[in-house]
Design a protein around this ligand. Structure first.
Ligand SMILES: *Cc1c(COP(=O)(O)O)cnc(C)c1O
Length: 427
């Protein structure tokens, strides 16, 4: 494929180039395995000496084509698809951590990731320190320990809508000899490409805008190929010393820039197995083909809705970086000049009951445990997604008890505004 294609073109054509007489749409290769005539050829595949397909948990042509499109969109060297965004964040971190490692993570992150790091990874012996992403560099630096292996943040946080200063985070990570992992789910590579600002690895919940139709759950891990693992070999033995479970391969040596992704596939997928069904990757690819158009419409609708809420006296506060007086407006202009995303957070004057009354009064807008699909939807994290967190943990994760998360879809914005207006009239 031609190089240097623009993002819109990559959304449509990336990852898969049919040859003469082949289908234009990525074929769904819904097959567990692949047949070989020659036993030696199969052996070479197992030794990673030859490239080819043998078992879908490790590699599958449909999954690989869609992973390649996402890698191209992010400007990375390689990507792997996972069965969910949760699996993507787990694999991205666990690929370079083990019992005894420590991670530093922004406290402005998705509730599921907060739990993954704070509860489940702790059970595996991996410790985490959550930091306020807006703190001064010196303050964040204090969280680092000799065994720190990763710095983690979200481009736009779910649900708080905080915007990450990626350059600042990259500087801190690299000063400490560790990579920066950025969850780019909400911005998507249409609005922000974190690798251009120094991030080393990007993750996605493809369940959200990338799919955009709420038809599949999936994730992706993308590597920029920029981080020099061998220069910090003592920190990353999994990449820089022989893998005895894979014939003594040293991933960072044998595969160079592809070492990190190769290890995710040939070690973590082999042992943990969170692959997407090829059918789901096909659906994801249908969504990706219009990502650039949808993001534009999500942003333009959300801007109008945010301005409407901002000016309504019944609304206590709105967090949307597109608003001029938002605390993240300047930083969003720098990293996302074309717009951020369709998700915003706001609070109504009054108690929790008012928030519930508002949501129950909506006629078109759905109450959903979801964001970032074509349909406008709302959620009240304190009583829905984050109900397992205590009030103290909620505050730690930057979530006010009255916070309503609104994901603005791509319907006609007048219909969205009408519904919000009539629901506000009923509170
Ligand atoms: C939804 C989400 C996840 C988790 O993804 P799933 O596909 O639901 O497992 C991770 N990070 C962010 C920012 C999300 O919005």
């Amino acid at each position: 494929m031609k190089t240097n294609l623009k993002p819109a073109t990559l959304c449509v054509r990336g990852g898969y180039e049919p040859k003469n007489g082949e289908p234009v749409e990525v074929p769904i290769i819904q097959s567990t395995t692949f047949k070989y005539d020659d036993s030696d050829e199969m052996a070479q595949l197992f030794d990673l000496k030859k490239e080819g397909y043998f078992y879908t948990r490790l590699q599958n042509p449909t999954n690989d084509a869609v992973a390649a499109k996402i890698a191209q969109l992010e400007g990375g060297v390689g990507a792997v698809l996972t069965s969910s965004g949760q699996a993507a964040n787990f694999y991205a971190v666990f690929n370079i951590c083990e019992a005894g490692s420590h991670i530093v993570a922004s406290n402005e992150i998705y509730g599921g990731t907060f739990n993954l790091f704070g509860v489940t990874m702790k059970k595996l012996g991996i410790d985490v320190t959550f930091i306020n992403p807006d703190a001064q560099e010196e303050e964040i630096q204090k969280a680092f320990r000799p065994n720190t292996r990763v710095l983690f943040g979200e481009t736009i946080s779910n649900p708080g809508c905080a915007v990450l200063d990626i350059e600042k985070f990259a500087r801190i990570a690299h000063r400490n000899g560790v990579p920066l992992i950025v969850d780019n789910t909400f911005a998507t590579p249409i609005n922000c490409r974190p690798f251009e600002w120094g991030a080393d690895i990007v993750t996605h919940s493809t369940t959200k805008y990338m799919d955009g139709t709420a038809s599949q759950v999936g994730g992706a891990v993308v590597d920029s190929g920029h981080f020099d693992w061998l220069a910090h070999a003592d920190k990353f033995p999994g990449l820089c010393t022989p893998d005895e479970s894979y014939h003594g391969i040293i991933y960072a040596r044998q595969f160079g820039k592809m070492g990190y992704i190769t290890k995710v596939v040939s070690q973590l997928m082999r042992d943990l197995g969170s692959i997407p069904a090829p059918m789901n990757s096909f659906i994801l690819n249908l969504g990706l083909q219009s990502l650039h158009l949808r993001m534009r419409q999500h942003c333009s609708n959300a801007q109008k809705v945010a301005e409407y809420l901002h000016d309504d006296p019944r609304v206590a506060w709105v967090h949307y970086a597109g608003l001029r007086d938002d605390r993240y407006h300047a930083i969003a202009e720098k990293y996302m000049p074309q717009g951020t995303c369709g998700v915003m957070a706001f609070g109504l004057k009054g108690d929790r009951e008012v928030a519930v009354k508002f949501m129950d009064s909506l006629e078109m807008i759905n109450i959903e445990t979801h964001v970032a699909d074509t349909r406008t939807c709302v959620l009240h994290p304190a009583s829905h997604t984050h109900r397992q967190l205590t009030d103290e943990q909620l505050r730690q994760a930057g979530i006010a008890p009255d916070l309503i998360r609104l994901s603005v879809g791509i319907e006609d914005v007048e219909d969205i505004l009408d519904d919000i207006r009539q629901a506000l009239d009923k509170i």
